[in-house]
Design a protein around this ligand. Structure first.
Ligand SMILES: Cc1cc2nc3c(=O)[nH]c(=O)nc-3n(C[C@H](O)[C@H](O)[C@H](O)COP(=O)(O)O)c2cc1C
Length: 331
Protein backbone atom coordinates (compact mmCIF):
# COMPACT_ATOMS: atom_id res chain seq x y z
CA UNK A 1 0.00 0.00 0.00
CA UNK A 2 1.31 3.43 -0.94
CA UNK A 3 1.27 5.51 2.25
CA UNK A 4 3.46 8.28 0.84
CA UNK A 5 2.61 11.91 1.38
CA UNK A 6 4.12 15.32 0.78
CA UNK A 7 4.60 17.54 3.83
CA UNK A 8 6.65 20.77 3.93
CA UNK A 9 7.96 19.82 0.51
CA UNK A 10 9.36 16.49 1.76
CA UNK A 11 8.30 13.27 0.10
CA UNK A 12 7.57 11.16 3.17
CA UNK A 13 7.10 7.40 3.13
CA UNK A 14 4.05 7.73 5.37
CA UNK A 15 2.28 10.48 7.34
CA UNK A 16 3.22 9.36 10.89
CA UNK A 17 5.56 11.70 12.75
CA UNK A 18 6.46 11.90 16.45
CA UNK A 19 5.56 15.49 17.36
CA UNK A 20 7.55 18.02 19.38
CA UNK A 21 8.27 16.77 22.87
CA UNK A 22 10.68 14.74 24.94
CA UNK A 23 10.86 11.76 22.55
CA UNK A 24 13.82 13.14 20.62
CA UNK A 25 15.87 13.90 23.75
CA UNK A 26 17.25 10.39 23.75
CA UNK A 27 19.17 9.08 20.73
CA UNK A 28 18.19 5.49 21.35
CA UNK A 29 14.50 6.47 21.32
CA UNK A 30 15.09 8.44 18.11
CA UNK A 31 16.56 5.33 16.48
CA UNK A 32 13.63 3.23 17.69
CA UNK A 33 11.17 5.76 16.28
CA UNK A 34 12.85 5.62 12.88
CA UNK A 35 12.89 1.81 13.02
CA UNK A 36 9.17 1.86 13.81
CA UNK A 37 8.59 3.89 10.63
CA UNK A 38 8.60 7.53 11.79
CA UNK A 39 8.63 9.59 8.59
CA UNK A 40 10.40 12.48 10.31
CA UNK A 41 11.51 13.52 13.79
CA UNK A 42 10.38 16.71 15.51
CA UNK A 43 12.47 17.89 18.44
CA UNK A 44 11.14 19.65 21.55
CA UNK A 45 11.10 23.46 21.49
CA UNK A 46 13.75 25.93 22.36
CA UNK A 47 11.90 28.82 24.03
CA UNK A 48 12.19 32.54 23.39
CA UNK A 49 12.42 33.16 27.15
CA UNK A 50 15.20 30.60 27.47
CA UNK A 51 17.26 32.27 24.74
CA UNK A 52 16.62 35.81 25.98
CA UNK A 53 17.34 34.76 29.55
CA UNK A 54 20.62 33.12 28.59
CA UNK A 55 21.68 36.20 26.66
CA UNK A 56 20.76 38.42 29.60
CA UNK A 57 22.82 36.18 31.87
CA UNK A 58 25.76 36.29 29.49
CA UNK A 59 25.78 40.02 28.89
CA UNK A 60 24.64 41.39 32.23
CA UNK A 61 25.01 38.81 34.94
CA UNK A 62 24.18 41.24 37.69
CA UNK A 63 21.00 42.37 35.95
CA UNK A 64 19.50 38.92 35.48
CA UNK A 65 17.12 39.23 38.42
CA UNK A 66 15.72 42.35 36.79
CA UNK A 67 14.75 40.51 33.62
CA UNK A 68 11.05 41.09 33.15
CA UNK A 69 9.55 39.19 30.29
CA UNK A 70 5.75 39.06 30.16
CA UNK A 71 5.50 35.71 31.91
CA UNK A 72 8.61 35.99 34.03
CA UNK A 73 8.32 35.62 37.78
CA UNK A 74 8.29 32.75 40.18
CA UNK A 75 6.88 30.46 37.47
CA UNK A 76 9.70 31.11 35.04
CA UNK A 77 11.91 28.00 34.91
CA UNK A 78 15.53 28.53 35.86
CA UNK A 79 18.01 27.69 33.06
CA UNK A 80 18.82 24.27 34.55
CA UNK A 81 15.14 23.30 34.48
CA UNK A 82 15.07 23.30 30.68
CA UNK A 83 15.85 19.88 29.25
CA UNK A 84 18.29 21.35 26.72
CA UNK A 85 20.08 24.71 26.87
CA UNK A 86 20.48 26.61 23.57
CA UNK A 87 23.98 25.23 22.86
CA UNK A 88 23.01 21.71 23.92
CA UNK A 89 20.00 21.95 21.63
CA UNK A 90 22.15 22.67 18.59
CA UNK A 91 24.45 19.83 19.59
CA UNK A 92 21.45 17.50 19.87
CA UNK A 93 20.40 18.45 16.30
CA UNK A 94 23.83 17.38 15.05
CA UNK A 95 23.68 14.13 17.03
CA UNK A 96 20.22 13.22 15.77
CA UNK A 97 21.26 13.97 12.20
CA UNK A 98 24.08 11.46 12.61
CA UNK A 99 21.78 8.63 13.66
CA UNK A 100 18.71 8.96 11.41
CA UNK A 101 18.06 9.32 7.70
CA UNK A 102 14.59 10.88 7.92
CA UNK A 103 14.11 14.67 8.02
CA UNK A 104 14.83 16.25 11.41
CA UNK A 105 12.68 19.19 12.41
CA UNK A 106 13.63 21.58 15.18
CA UNK A 107 11.21 23.78 17.09
CA UNK A 108 11.27 27.37 18.27
CA UNK A 109 8.59 28.51 20.68
CA UNK A 110 7.90 32.16 21.30
CA UNK A 111 5.67 35.17 20.85
CA UNK A 112 7.62 38.18 19.63
CA UNK A 113 9.76 39.04 16.61
CA UNK A 114 13.33 39.89 17.60
CA UNK A 115 16.92 38.82 18.10
CA UNK A 116 16.10 35.44 19.63
CA UNK A 117 14.87 34.29 16.23
CA UNK A 118 18.49 34.11 15.03
CA UNK A 119 18.31 30.60 16.50
CA UNK A 120 16.30 29.66 13.43
CA UNK A 121 19.41 30.21 11.34
CA UNK A 122 21.61 28.46 13.90
CA UNK A 123 19.30 25.43 13.81
CA UNK A 124 19.55 25.36 10.02
CA UNK A 125 23.35 25.55 10.25
CA UNK A 126 23.34 22.72 12.80
CA UNK A 127 21.64 20.53 10.17
CA UNK A 128 17.90 20.88 10.77
CA UNK A 129 15.91 19.93 7.68
CA UNK A 130 12.90 22.01 8.69
CA UNK A 131 11.78 24.27 11.51
CA UNK A 132 8.53 24.30 13.41
CA UNK A 133 7.64 27.66 14.96
CA UNK A 134 5.27 27.28 17.90
CA UNK A 135 3.47 30.57 18.51
CA UNK A 136 1.80 29.62 21.80
CA UNK A 137 0.52 32.92 23.07
CA UNK A 138 -2.03 33.87 25.69
CA UNK A 139 -3.66 37.19 24.87
CA UNK A 140 -4.21 38.42 28.43
CA UNK A 141 -3.60 42.12 27.84
CA UNK A 142 -7.01 43.78 27.63
CA UNK A 143 -5.47 46.82 25.97
CA UNK A 144 -4.28 44.81 22.97
CA UNK A 145 -6.73 44.03 20.18
CA UNK A 146 -6.87 40.82 18.14
CA UNK A 147 -5.27 42.38 15.05
CA UNK A 148 -2.22 43.48 17.05
CA UNK A 149 -1.71 39.97 18.46
CA UNK A 150 -2.13 38.39 15.01
CA UNK A 151 0.16 40.91 13.28
CA UNK A 152 2.90 40.22 15.80
CA UNK A 153 2.72 36.50 15.01
CA UNK A 154 2.73 37.14 11.27
CA UNK A 155 5.74 39.47 11.63
CA UNK A 156 7.52 36.72 13.50
CA UNK A 157 6.75 34.20 10.75
CA UNK A 158 8.00 36.62 8.07
CA UNK A 159 11.19 37.25 10.04
CA UNK A 160 11.95 33.54 10.36
CA UNK A 161 10.90 32.86 6.76
CA UNK A 162 13.40 35.38 5.46
CA UNK A 163 16.20 34.12 7.75
CA UNK A 164 16.20 30.45 6.68
CA UNK A 165 16.12 28.42 3.50
CA UNK A 166 14.73 25.23 5.03
CA UNK A 167 10.93 24.73 5.17
CA UNK A 168 9.03 26.40 7.97
CA UNK A 169 5.91 25.07 9.71
CA UNK A 170 3.85 27.18 12.09
CA UNK A 171 2.18 25.46 15.04
CA UNK A 172 -0.98 27.32 16.00
CA UNK A 173 -3.60 27.40 18.68
CA UNK A 174 -7.30 27.51 17.76
CA UNK A 175 -7.92 30.60 19.91
CA UNK A 176 -8.29 33.36 17.35
CA UNK A 177 -11.40 35.47 16.86
CA UNK A 178 -11.57 34.61 13.17
CA UNK A 179 -9.34 31.60 12.69
CA UNK A 180 -10.01 31.14 8.97
CA UNK A 181 -9.06 34.75 8.25
CA UNK A 182 -5.93 34.54 10.41
CA UNK A 183 -4.84 31.29 8.78
CA UNK A 184 -5.20 32.86 5.35
CA UNK A 185 -3.24 35.97 6.34
CA UNK A 186 -0.57 33.75 7.83
CA UNK A 187 -0.52 31.62 4.69
CA UNK A 188 0.45 34.72 2.73
CA UNK A 189 3.69 34.85 4.74
CA UNK A 190 4.44 31.57 2.92
CA UNK A 191 5.11 29.00 5.62
CA UNK A 192 5.40 25.52 4.11
CA UNK A 193 3.09 24.05 6.73
CA UNK A 194 0.54 24.72 9.43
CA UNK A 195 0.34 22.45 12.46
CA UNK A 196 -3.11 22.27 14.10
CA UNK A 197 -3.32 22.67 17.10
CA UNK A 198 -1.17 23.49 20.03
CA UNK A 199 -2.52 21.90 23.16
CA UNK A 200 -2.94 24.52 25.85
CA UNK A 201 -2.01 23.87 29.43
CA UNK A 202 -5.13 24.55 31.49
CA UNK A 203 -4.85 25.65 35.10
CA UNK A 204 -6.50 23.95 38.04
CA UNK A 205 -6.57 25.32 41.58
CA UNK A 206 -5.29 23.48 44.63
CA UNK A 207 -7.94 24.71 47.05
CA UNK A 208 -6.06 23.57 50.17
CA UNK A 209 -2.63 24.96 49.31
CA UNK A 210 -4.11 27.95 47.41
CA UNK A 211 -1.84 27.34 44.46
CA UNK A 212 -2.38 27.10 40.73
CA UNK A 213 -1.82 23.44 39.88
CA UNK A 214 0.66 22.55 37.17
CA UNK A 215 -0.20 19.13 35.82
CA UNK A 216 0.37 17.91 32.31
CA UNK A 217 -2.21 15.33 31.30
CA UNK A 218 -1.58 13.31 28.20
CA UNK A 219 -4.28 13.68 25.55
CA UNK A 220 -6.91 11.21 24.41
CA UNK A 221 -8.88 10.92 21.17
CA UNK A 222 -11.59 13.30 22.41
CA UNK A 223 -9.25 16.21 21.54
CA UNK A 224 -9.18 15.33 17.86
CA UNK A 225 -12.54 16.68 16.58
CA UNK A 226 -11.55 20.34 17.09
CA UNK A 227 -8.58 19.65 14.80
CA UNK A 228 -10.66 17.73 12.28
CA UNK A 229 -13.04 20.66 11.81
CA UNK A 230 -10.27 23.16 11.04
CA UNK A 231 -8.27 20.77 8.89
CA UNK A 232 -11.43 20.22 6.86
CA UNK A 233 -12.07 23.96 6.57
CA UNK A 234 -8.48 24.85 5.58
CA UNK A 235 -7.80 21.84 3.34
CA UNK A 236 -7.48 22.93 -0.29
CA UNK A 237 -7.84 26.58 0.72
CA UNK A 238 -4.28 27.36 1.86
CA UNK A 239 -0.95 26.86 0.10
CA UNK A 240 0.68 25.45 3.24
CA UNK A 241 0.63 21.72 3.81
CA UNK A 242 -1.21 20.64 6.95
CA UNK A 243 -0.25 18.55 9.96
CA UNK A 244 -2.49 17.52 12.81
CA UNK A 245 -1.29 17.43 16.40
CA UNK A 246 -3.50 16.67 19.40
CA UNK A 247 -5.57 13.60 20.14
CA UNK A 248 -4.23 11.13 17.58
CA UNK A 249 -4.08 7.72 19.26
CA UNK A 250 -5.73 5.10 17.06
CA UNK A 251 -5.75 4.15 13.39
CA UNK A 252 -9.21 5.69 13.03
CA UNK A 253 -7.82 8.97 14.40
CA UNK A 254 -5.18 8.82 11.66
CA UNK A 255 -7.75 7.98 8.97
CA UNK A 256 -10.06 10.81 10.05
CA UNK A 257 -7.18 13.31 10.12
CA UNK A 258 -6.10 12.39 6.60
CA UNK A 259 -9.66 12.44 5.30
CA UNK A 260 -10.08 15.92 6.81
CA UNK A 261 -6.97 17.04 4.92
CA UNK A 262 -3.85 16.33 6.99
CA UNK A 263 -0.67 15.68 5.00
CA UNK A 264 1.11 14.61 8.18
CA UNK A 265 -0.07 13.20 11.47
CA UNK A 266 1.90 14.05 14.60
CA UNK A 267 1.69 12.10 17.82
CA UNK A 268 3.20 12.63 21.26
CA UNK A 269 0.88 11.38 24.01
CA UNK A 270 0.21 8.07 22.27
CA UNK A 271 3.93 7.40 21.85
CA UNK A 272 4.74 8.45 25.42
CA UNK A 273 2.04 6.10 26.60
CA UNK A 274 2.71 3.04 24.41
CA UNK A 275 6.34 3.59 23.37
CA UNK A 276 7.86 4.07 19.88
CA UNK A 277 6.65 0.65 18.66
CA UNK A 278 3.09 2.01 18.63
CA UNK A 279 4.04 3.84 15.47
CA UNK A 280 4.71 0.56 13.66
CA UNK A 281 1.38 -0.80 14.87
CA UNK A 282 -0.49 2.24 13.54
CA UNK A 283 1.34 2.08 10.25
CA UNK A 284 0.37 -1.58 9.77
CA UNK A 285 -3.22 -0.89 10.79
CA UNK A 286 -3.37 2.06 8.39
CA UNK A 287 -2.25 -0.13 5.48
CA UNK A 288 -4.79 -2.74 6.44
CA UNK A 289 -7.59 -0.20 6.76
CA UNK A 290 -6.87 1.31 3.35
CA UNK A 291 -6.78 -2.14 1.74
CA UNK A 292 -10.04 -3.21 3.35
CA UNK A 293 -11.69 -0.01 2.14
CA UNK A 294 -10.27 -0.42 -1.36
CA UNK A 295 -8.13 2.68 -1.51
CA UNK A 296 -5.15 2.50 -3.85
CA UNK A 297 -3.11 4.95 -1.81
CA UNK A 298 -3.20 7.33 1.13
CA UNK A 299 -3.21 10.26 -1.31
CA UNK A 300 -6.48 9.03 -2.77
CA UNK A 301 -8.09 9.37 0.64
CA UNK A 302 -6.50 12.68 1.67
CA UNK A 303 -8.96 15.54 1.91
CA UNK A 304 -11.92 13.38 0.86
CA UNK A 305 -13.88 14.73 3.84
CA UNK A 306 -12.65 18.29 3.62
CA UNK A 307 -15.25 21.02 3.43
CA UNK A 308 -14.52 21.41 -0.29
CA UNK A 309 -15.12 17.79 -1.18
CA UNK A 310 -17.33 16.16 1.44
CA UNK A 311 -20.94 15.52 0.44
CA UNK A 312 -22.30 17.95 3.02
CA UNK A 313 -19.95 20.94 3.54
CA UNK A 314 -22.34 22.47 6.08
CA UNK A 315 -21.59 19.51 8.32
CA UNK A 316 -18.64 21.47 9.74
CA UNK A 317 -20.64 24.62 10.41
CA UNK A 318 -23.31 26.11 12.62
CA UNK A 319 -26.12 24.27 10.87
CA UNK A 320 -24.93 20.91 12.18
CA UNK A 321 -24.56 22.31 15.68
CA UNK A 322 -28.19 23.43 15.69
CA UNK A 323 -29.34 20.11 14.26
CA UNK A 324 -27.40 18.23 16.93
CA UNK A 325 -28.85 20.26 19.82
CA UNK A 326 -32.37 20.07 18.47
CA UNK A 327 -32.34 16.37 17.66
CA UNK A 328 -30.90 15.17 20.99
CA UNK A 329 -33.20 12.80 22.87
CA UNK A 330 -32.56 11.06 26.21
CA UNK A 331 -31.23 7.54 25.68
C1 LIG B 1 5.75 16.15 27.76
C2 LIG B 1 5.40 17.00 26.57
C3 LIG B 1 6.30 17.93 26.10
C4 LIG B 1 5.98 18.74 25.01
N1 LIG B 1 6.89 19.66 24.56
C5 LIG B 1 6.58 20.43 23.48
C6 LIG B 1 7.51 21.35 22.96
O1 LIG B 1 8.64 21.51 23.48
N2 LIG B 1 7.16 22.09 21.89
C7 LIG B 1 5.93 21.96 21.29
O2 LIG B 1 5.67 22.63 20.29
N3 LIG B 1 5.04 21.07 21.76
C8 LIG B 1 5.33 20.31 22.82
N4 LIG B 1 4.41 19.41 23.28
C9 LIG B 1 3.10 19.34 22.63
C10 LIG B 1 3.07 18.21 21.60
O3 LIG B 1 3.97 18.44 20.54
C11 LIG B 1 1.68 18.04 21.01
O4 LIG B 1 1.34 19.16 20.21
C12 LIG B 1 0.61 17.84 22.05
O5 LIG B 1 1.02 16.96 23.08
C13 LIG B 1 -0.67 17.28 21.39
O6 LIG B 1 -0.42 16.07 20.75
P1 LIG B 1 -0.76 14.64 21.40
O7 LIG B 1 -2.21 14.61 21.66
O8 LIG B 1 -0.32 13.67 20.34
O9 LIG B 1 0.04 14.54 22.65
C14 LIG B 1 4.72 18.60 24.36
C15 LIG B 1 3.83 17.62 24.83
C16 LIG B 1 4.14 16.82 25.90
C17 LIG B 1 3.17 15.78 26.35
Amino acid sequence: MDLSTTYLGFELTNPLIPGAGPLADDLDTVRRLEDAGAAAIVMRSLFEEQIVFEEAATFALTEVHGYSHGEAGSYFPSPDEFALGPDEYLEQVRRIKEVVGVPVMTSLNGVTPGGWLRYARLMEEAGADALELNVYTLATDAAEDARTVEDRTIDMVREVRSAIRIPLAVKLSPFYTSFANFAHRLDQAEPSGLVLFNRFWQPGIDVEELEVRRELHLSDSSELPLRLRWLAILSGNVHATLAVTGGVHTVLDVVQSVMAGAHAVQMVSALLHHGPAHLAVLRRELEQWLEEHEYQSLREMRGSMSMRTCPDPQAYERANYMLMLQSWRPA
